[in-house]
Design a protein around this ligand. Structure first.
Ligand code: HEM
Length: 479
């Protein structure tokens, strides 16, 4: 992008060299560039493309307020993630988004008992069966939690018995990381004209859509039949809400093929995000067991330890320390150092007059925004109860909505902002809070080396909690 300072070399060849360097050192390169350019926009080089980076609140507000036909999220996602090639062209359809925004969020309280039940089953199945007496037992945190989150979230997406099906869990829990990896390789190394045929080969090997379709089709057909015979039916999960939304619109009845693609898409956006943030929080907790006592005390005051089936959405909402713990995790541990990618479909002008020409990418340097020392004192420090304000000896509050984890702003864009603000954030917050409440009420956790949190793993701008680290669990002994 002409007229803007850049962090890299300017020819195509040298920008590739710079892109390779950024794969090793992407996060630090972004940090250095943000502090070098102060409040200015600048262009940042990634393998295969240049991105205009936004890292101040007012530029971020402009990015979020821009309409889709000027700064396009869908255009950016299609090119950067290559999901049309790796999963199929129909993957980009969006009719599940209003369903998450309305039906899913409206049914949250009714959903809670069944997902609490599924969570408890997961702890029994994946954790309790391996614990022996009061011994500390190591668990590979990311693998274990990704299966548990997958099964529990899918109770709300596809219900019983499919959410417990081994093959279903296997496909959906690994889907996001497989296609994200394949997409970035394709974008960086495969010439445009070869992407379609190579995508077809990739799809015929992994068969994500076919495998989900085979498993979900009988259930989808059954639900369709039920709806044919009676208008009265419980809208119990995502499959039901998607069918109800279609029958309301009268415009089309989605095929089983199309619904299976929506299920893949919902799992794609929901699982890797929630699992990664939860595991980041778990590593903070296990490296600092003193926090367990505070969270446990709060959970004991507000939730019935022996009857998770009686927990309510309101009671979880009152767990303000738990809320702050996750908000601080989301602030410190980003999913990517570059978020909210957009493709300028037309020329775009920021409110300070800076122009980005059509065809260029814009994105947010979210780490820089969420670690701004003017907004967050000691920004690099993890302070789990940063957002909690004591109101009396025993009472604590989040002092209103802006401090809640699900609130977003130009200084806290963890869930995005504007038109594409994450519609699944209430669900994610509820699931992460109930998992953590159950964990602190029933287990002690620590790291194999006391007090040492395993280092995050960065690949270019992408961040993951340590993939192979273990956390030690034992049945709760400490009161
Ligand atoms: C901790 C967990 C999560 C995080 C950090 C997260 C983050 C985000 C962010 C940053 C965006 C905006 C992307 C952009 O503007 O480019 C987004 C969008 C979205 N998220 Fe989430 N998300 C989470 C969980 C979920 C869950 C559980 C669901 C579904 C149940 C979900 C569904 C979506 C959808 C459908 C969009 C696209 C919305 C649109 O285009 O209008 N997310 N998410």
């Amino acid at each position: 992008q002409r007229g803007l300072p850049s962090n890299g070399f300017s020819s195509v060849f040298s920008s590739y060299i710079n892109g390779i360097l950024d794969c090793v050192d992407g996060r630090d390169a972004i940090r250095r560039a943000c502090s070098k350019y102060g409040n200015e926009l600048f262009t940042f080089c990634q393998l295969g493309n240049w991105v205009v980076l936004v890292h101040t609140p007012h530029h971020l507000r402009d990015l979020c307020n821009a309409s889709e036909d000027i700064l396009s999220m869908e255009g950016a996602a299609a090119e950067l993630l290559q999901l049309g090639n790796t999963v199929g062209p129909e993957f980009g359809e969006t009719y599940h988004i209003p369903v998450i925004r309305t039906s899913m969020n409206l049914h949250m309280a009714q959903l809670l008992p069944s997902i609490l039940n599924e969570m408890e089953c997961c702890f029994k199945r994946y954790v309790d069966t391996r614990l022996v007496g009061g011994e500390w037992t190591p668990f590979k945190a990311l693998d274990t939690l990704s299966r548990m989150m997958c099964q529990t979230s899918n109770r709300a997406f596809v219900g019983l018995p499919l959410c417990r099906n081994e093959e279903y869990i296997d496909v959906t829990s690994r889907f996001a990381s497989q296609v994200l990896f394949a997409g970035s390789i394709m974008k960086m190394l495969v010439p445009r004209m070869l992407r379609k045929p190579i995508g077809l080969i990739y799809r015929s090997i992994y068969r994500h859509h076919r495998r989900i379709l085979k498993l979900a089709k009988p259930i989808i057909e059954e639900r369709k039949k039920e709806r044919h015979f009676s208008k009265e039916h419980p809208t119990e999960d995502m499959i039901g809400w998607l069918l109800d939304a279609a029958s309301d619109s009268d415009e089309f009845e989605p095929s089983a093929e199309s619904l299976a693609m929506r299920l893949l898409n919902v799992n794609f956006v929901a699982l890797h995000t929630t699992t990664k943030i939860f595991v980041h929080a778990l590593y903070h907790l296990a490296a600092n067991p003193q926090y367990i006592l505070e969270l446990r005390q709060e959970a004991e005051q507000l939730l019935d330890k022996d009857h998770p089936d009686r927990w309510s959405k309101e009671a979880l909402g009152r767990c303000v320390k738990l809320d702050s713990f996750f908000k601080e995790t989301l602030r410190v541990n980003v999913i990517s150092a570059l978020t909210l990618p957009r493709l300028a479909v037309k020329d775009f002008r920021f409110s300070d007059g800076t122009q980005v020409s059509a065809g260029h990418y814009v994105a947010c340097a979210s780490e820089a925004v969420q670690r701004d020392s003017k907004v967050y004192p000691s920004p690099d420090e993890f302070r789990p109860f940063r957002f909690v304000v004591p109101t009396s000896e025993e009472e604590h509050s989040l002092q209103g909505w802006p401090n809640r984890m699900t609130s977003t702003s130009e200084t806290f864009p963890a869930f995005g902002g504007g038109r594409h603000l994450c519609p699944g954030r209430f669900f994610a917050a509820m699931v992460m809070k109930m998992f953590m409440a159950y964990l602190v009420l029933n287990y002690d956790v620590k790291m194999p080396r006391d007090g040492v949190r395993p280092a995050d793993e960065w690949l270019g701008p992408l961040c993951s909690p340590a993939t192979r680290a273990h956390v030690l669990f034992r049945k709760r002994q400490v009161l």
